[in-house]
Design a protein around this ligand. Structure first.
Ligand SMILES: *Cc1c(COP(=O)(O)O)cnc(C)c1O
Length: 414
């Protein structure tokens, strides 16, 4: 069977034929049967250079031998017990050491679960009800964060999905990214704000980078107004460096959420923060949180192997940054869009100037992107199929891969 036929069958028995919406590429997505290093192989026997990397988790590439070895060792001993396992405190200790904003930590199974729990925790701790999020910021698929902007900036939210209660998202306010005025205004007007949740670098419409001292100012304004600051580092954690955006930009949040890379390619999430806040989590406190698969030994083992590898190869972060910068350099003069990169995250925007917030990202030419994306695929490069998703490099993308990527970009942008 080929991808086209399999998809037409899958569409009949699965909504959109997929398990997550972004994968439903038109007219049909390809099915992947194998991943090795920087490449994936499709059901149709095509080899592609992968710049999607499962939307972020695979910083060591596909099937890295060190991670694979550790997973295999764990498999031999079984893979789920419903009791504590030694890898939990061992791994928690490492994550805590790397993140200035984390003194204590809880493992969960996805990034969505982590942000959901972090928001509940912030409400429990502050005994206040409202939260602030950034327009275009993504924190998973749960009710409190499935909010679109109302008529203007700093309005109360309206649901971004059927089935989400307006009554609930009334408690979620939004402000534009890189706009400290809007945040201060809102913080002054509304005394009932428990927390602000923010992707320090907007990764789900970007990357869109913080300008000047924006993150430091966000820290100041939240502190002055007794608002807890939640950094959603599900993408940026171990992606832009060890210690994530909080180390990179030198801004310490009250609560941090992690996911993606820390599972080494298996499902994971985690949230952590200051001890006095984290102590409110059940069973040591009144904020309930639980999960059958939380802290499962396979994900933790794969994650620990990944993070230990990164610790013993710290220089890769500089190298990855140089690689994405090289792509940007090489593309100067090709096309009339803009190129943005940070660490191993990069994106070509079909907008003349680099976007600095959600509104500006929405000005990108989506039709142009779609045509470009298909051309890239035809040349053997798999980019995330959306103008709004970040491209990722991994440590196993070779110089040869990079040359091919640059050549393809130039050809497809001209
Ligand atoms: C991916 C992502 C999430 C959701 O994580 P899942 O594991 O998909 O639930 C949350 N926040 C950010 C910033 C993400 O990129």
């Amino acid at each position: 069977m080929n991808s086209k036929d399999l998809y037409s069958y899958a569409e009949k028995i699965m909504p959109g034929g997929v398990s997550s919406p972004v994968r439903a590429i038109r007219p049909n997505p390809f099915y992947t049967v194998k991943g090795r290093k920087s490449h994936i192989t499709t059901l149709d026997k095509k080899a592609l250079i992968d710049c999607c990397m499962a939307y972020g988790p695979l910083i060591l590439g596909h099937a890295h031998p060190v991670v694979r070895q550790k997973i295999t060792e764990q498999l031999d001993n079984g893979w789920l017990y419903g009791t504590p396992t030694p890898v939990e405190p061992e791994y928690a200790k490492l994550l805590i050491r790397d993140h200035p904003g984390i003194d204590m930590l809880r493992f969960v199974s996805t990034g969505s679960e982590a942000t959901m729990a972090a928001i509940r925790l912030a409400r429990g701790y502050t005994e206040k009800s409202d939260i602030i999020k950034i327009e275009g910021g993504f924190h998973g698929a749960h009710d409190a964060v499935l909010v679109k902007a109302g008529s203007g900036a700093t309005t109360m939210g309206v649901p971004d999905s059927a089935g989400v209660l307006p009554d609930l998202v009334r408690h979620t306010c939004q402000v534009p990214y890189n706009d400290i005025e809007s945040l201060s205004d809102l913080a002054c007007k509304n005394e009932n704000i428990a927390a602000m949740i923010i992707e320090p670098v907007l990764g789900n419409i970007g990357p869109v980078l913080p300008e000047n001292d924006y993150l430091k100012e966000v820290r100041d304004v939240t502190k002055e107004n007794n608002i807890l600051l939640i950094f959603d580092e599900v993408i940026t954690g171990y992606r832009i460096g060890i210690g994530g955006a909080q180390s990179y930009f030198g801004v310490t949040p009250d609560i941090t959420t992690l996911g993606k890379i820390i599972g080494g390619g298996l499902p994971i999430g985690a949230f952590g923060g200051k001890e006095e806040i984290m102590k409110l989590i059940a069973p040591s406190g009144p904020v309930y949180q639980a999960g059958t698969f939380s802290g499962n030994p396979l994900s933790l083992t794969a994650g620990l192997a990944t993070i230990e590898w990164l610790h013993s190869h710290k220089k890769i972060y500089k190298e990855l940054q140089s690689s994405t910068e090289l792509i940007g350099e090489e593309l100067k003069g090709s096309g009339d869009g803009s190129f943005v990169s940070i660490g191993s995250m990069f994106k070509y925007f079909f907008r003349e100037k680099k976007p600095c917030n959600y509104k500006e990202v929405n000005e990108c030419n989506i039709e142009k992107f779609s045509i470009f994306w298909q051309k890239m695929l035809n040349l053997g490069i798999f980019l995330p199929p959306s103008q709004f998703e970040t491209n990722f490099l991994s440590v196993v993308h070779s110089e040869k891969d990079l040359t091919k990527i640059i050549r393809a970009y130039k050809q497809c942008l001209s």
